[in-house]
Design a protein around this ligand. Structure first.
Ligand code: GTP
Ligand code: MG
Length: 367
């Protein structure tokens, strides 16, 4: 930290630390489509590429470098000895719950039932009971959905402890006559999961998933609101604009947090391209001041206050404009979950979004 301005690496490390981790227990009989579901919903072909560490006889823990997600992949529910499997899982949950760090807990259970079977068996009911007793919220996931015929209602009745029941089709299904049903329900599964996991796990869920743009946008708006509060408290004592450097780390932290929420690489190359040298650790020097002012000049509305004073309200307005421009940027360039945008693409769109907002604030001033 130099003269109140933290180093970019510190900001990045903090953004990643705050992202945390979400752990999901995925259970269901063999062949119901658990691995396919995991690969469809999350980044990085987790279920096939992550070999997974065996944590019990019937459960592997799958993680992937750079994705803030852990999957407990359970098998053995189909065996006659399913009670043993459930007993093992119960021990596992308690063991994880005893950890200090909430990132080590098991946050939600997805109990998968295949639609074709049209049956709920004792293994699934007993598993749901156990998870509920151990305060792990459960979502029943009906997989390979193509024809409900009342099965969803039946599952809702029979597994009355679950928080919700959702029908999903992880892969498109093509019938012999050529009729095609696209994948469906994956975004609903994420929305429902978001509702039942602790607040501290939601950004990690957002970073890891690749099916709900809506959830990423919602989590980003929350991160911007946090930054606005921080910026406004800096501006409570109105500060001369030249010293508004104090709100720059807040803006950069916000960009790092929102990037993390979108599952983008939170590293120096990425953020460095976005903010230029403003955070390179030159804070105390004249050159540092110049780049800080340069960054501030990008912010819609900030042009009008250069040389003046920044109040709490202004600091809040500037931060909101900056954050919303970044969310709009990612909604354009990071829309395709199959492809990570390059830092230059993000920067170019961000500048365009900022210019557009500046024009709008300019017009309002002229009226
Ligand atoms: N058409 C279609 N096929 C699916 C869908 N989900 C899974 N499958 C197929 O079902 C088969 C089994 O899927 P997996 O994902 O391997 O099932 P699993 O539950 O992981 O099985 P185990 O690991 O053995 O417990 C595979 O051939 C998948 O391609 C789906 O939504 N639609
Ligand atoms: Mg599998």
């Amino acid at each position: 930290m130099v003269d109140g301005i933290p180093d970019l690496d510190e900001v990045l490390a903090e953004a990643l630390r705050r992202l945390g981790r979400i752990n999901i227990l995925v259970a269901g009989k063999t062949g119901v489509g658990k691995s396919t579901l995991i690969n469809a919903v999350f980044q990085g072909e987790l279920a096939t590429t992550g070999v997974g560490r065996p944590v019990t006889l019937h459960t592997r823990y799958i993680t992937k470098e750079g994705v803030p997600l852990g999957i407990y992949d359970t098998r053995g529910l189909e065996a006659a000895s399913f009670r043993e499997t459930i007993g093992e899982l119960e021990k596992l949950i308690q063991d994880r719950r005893a950890q200090q760090n909430a990132d080590d807990h098991i946050h939600v259970g997805w109990v998968c039932l295949v639609e074709d079977s049209r049956r709920v068996e004792p293994a699934e009911s007993e598993l749901v009971h156990m998870l509920t007793r151990r305060e792990v919220p459960v979502i029943a996931v009906i997989t390979k959905a193509k024809s409900d015929e009342g099965f969803r209602d039946a599952v809702t009745d029979l597994l009355s402890d679950v928080k919700n029941v959702v029908r999903v089709r992880a892969l498109a299904t093509v019938f012999d006559d050529g009729h095609r049903l696209e994948s469906m329900g994956l975004d609903d599964l994420i929305e429902l999961t978001d509702q039942v996991v602790p607040e501290g796990q939601r950004n990690a869920l957002s970073a890891a998933q690749r099916v709900s743009l809506k959830q990423k946008q919602r989590r980003s708006h929350a991160a911007v609101a946090t930054a606005v509060t921080a910026a406004a408290s800096v501006g409570l004592t109105p500060i001369p604009f030249a010293d508004a450097a104090a709100i720059v780390p807040i803006q950069v932290t916000m960009l790092a947090s929102v990037s993390a929420i979108w599952g983008l690489p939170v590293n120096r190359a990425f953020l460095g391209t976005l903010v230029g040298g403003a955070m390179a650790g030159t804070g105390g020097t004249a050159a540092g001041r110049a780049t800080v002012t340069g960054l501030l000049k990008l912010i819609p509305g900030a042009g009008q206050v250069v040389g003046g004073m920044v109040s709490a309200a202004t600091a809040g307005v500037l931060t909101t404009a900056f954050g919303e421009a970044y969310i709009a940027t990612l909604s354009v360039v990071a829309r395709d979950p199959q492809r990570v945008p390059t830092p230059d693409e993000v920067r170019e769109e961000f500048m365009a979004q900022l210019r557009r907002r500046k024009r709008l604030t300019g017009q309002r001033q002229d009226q």
